[in-house]
Write a protein that binds this ligand. Structure first.
Ligand code: TYC
Length: 120
């Protein structure tokens, strides 16, 4: 899992004493930086034993793909060793991984998948 860079602690406003008795405080203007949430891709891995048909059904069922798209993804995994089934927030991606591993284990297949942060 990717860790985020630690935030800098807030700085104390600079005080200036011009010597004339007026003590002024300079407030630093900061732009608020917001970032989109880190997204995670669910990557499915090839193996020599899980039937292609099972993989296609899993991709349709858990990743909402139609038969043709699921077949293309399965073939990509089969040929390249791995392939992305979908991109989600961290918790949803983790749930998809659990669902796939659970379905595979129940069916007695060694199918594996992992979630990994997407860099953008
Ligand atoms: N390589 C498997 C076979 O030939 C099919 C397969 C495809 C398995 C994708 C896993 O993630 C996978 N039966």
């Amino acid at each position: 899992m990717a860790s985020q860079a630690p935030r800098k602690p807030p700085t104390v406003p600079a005080s200036t004493d011009s010597g004339d008795g007026d003590l002024s405080v300079v407030l630093e203007r900061r732009t608020l930086k917001v970032r989109p949430p880190q997204m995670y891709q669910v990557v499915m891995l090839n193996d020599d034993y899980t039937p292609m048909e099972f993989v296609v059904v899993v991709i349709q069922e858990f990743f909402g793909k139609d038969l043709e798209t699921a077949t293309q993804i399965m073939l990509k995994i089969h040929l390249d060793g791995k392939g992305v089934c979908g991109v989600y927030s961290r918790d949803v991606a983790a749930t998809k991984v659990d669902q796939v591993l659970d379905a595979a284990a129940k069916a007695g297949h060694p199918l594996k998948c992992v979630s990994e942060p997407v860099d953008f």
